[in-house]
Design a protein around this ligand. Structure first.
Ligand SMILES: [Zn+2]
Length: 293
């Protein structure tokens, strides 16, 4: 099977919530208060082969000051001017990078969108695979991708809302947590980590876990907080806004550890493939029966 190892590599490349949060925290103090004077584009299409709407970007940002850089789910939001509603949304896809560099410095290969800042620096979006996305929003909340997003697990989701959502689901818990309409920002790595922390089998039906919503939410937050504290999980290619690699990979409890000993009980961590995606878990700490109670 070629697809399984490939998809595992994809996980390694794909920034999740902690990586995007790390980038937002790095960019916010650098960009806050800076005026955007110009927008340049390579002309090449990005995600889903769609062209970047440079005209909309220019009209949204030109002459405006960056009020804040925030994260929602896996999206970076650059808020502009006095209106919180207007701004630019960036999704990093698999290989997208955002860097602030002097206008005179050579642009990296695969640079596709550049915001010229007053004072001579540039905010540059480079993306070798072009699965990322840059789009103006006025208002930002009306951008379809954001409007469809579920609650953010760090700032919006609470146990009651999670319990209600679990009750209406027909999916296994792993699929439920990966669904961005249910919970925003989780991917394959942090879902594996959160389910291990909660002692929940990845295939357990979501609707059977209503009574454990609080426990699950705490496990999700602990996994994400650990990733943020270590500036993201870098298994391969990801770097944060300063170009530094994160160091969460060595702290992972189950993800990527098939065949190694469980850090809690010593049993061998298992790997199986569901719908083409690798699932890592400890069958002792995450028994199928306990999850179904
Ligand atoms: Zn274990």
């Amino acid at each position: 099977m070629r697809s399984a190892p490939f998809r595992t590599i994809v996980d390694h490349l794909m920034p999740e919530l902690p990586e995007v949060e790390t980038i937002a925290r790095g960019l916010d103090p650098v960009l806050r208060g800076r005026r955007v004077d110009a927008v340049w584009g390579s002309g090449l299409p990005l995600h889903l082969n769609r062209p970047v709407d440079l005209r909309a970007l220019r009209s949204a940002v030109a002459g405006r000051t960056i009020a804040a850089v925030r994260r929602r789910g896996k999206y970076l939001l650059m808020e502009l001017g006095s209106s919180e509603d207007q701004g630019v949304l960036v999704h990093l896809g698999m290989t997208g990078r955002l860097r602030v560099q002097p206008a005179g410095a050579p642009r990296a290969p695969h640079t596709h969108v550049v915001f010229g800042l007053a004072g001579g620096d540039e905010l540059r979006f480079a993306d070798a695979r072009r699965f990322g996305w840059v789009q103006a929003g006025a208002p930002l909340g009306a951008v379809a991708a954001l409007a469809a997003l579920g609650p953010d697990p760090l700032t919006e989701l609470d146990a009651a809302a999670l319990a209600a959502a679990l009750a209406t689901s027909r999916a296994p818990i792993k699929s439920f947590l990966l669904d961005q309409r249910r919970v925003a920002g989780l991917g394959n790595i942090y879902v594996a980590e959160a389910l291990f922390r909660a002692g929940i089998h990845p295939a357990a039906p979501a609707r059977r876990l209503v009574a454990r919503a609080q426990e699950l939410l705490e496990a999700i937050r602990a996994s994400l907080a650990g990733g943020i504290a270590r500036r993201g999980t870098t298994l391969r290619d990801y770097v944060d806004a300063d170009g530094q690699k994160g160091d969460n990979a060595s702290a992972l409890l189950v993800y990527g550890r098939a065949g190694e000993a469980c850090r809690r009980c010593g049993a061998v961590i298992r790997r199986r493939v569901d719908a083409g995606r690798a699932t890592f878990f400890c069958a002792t700490c995450q028994p199928a029966r306990r999850s179904r109670r």
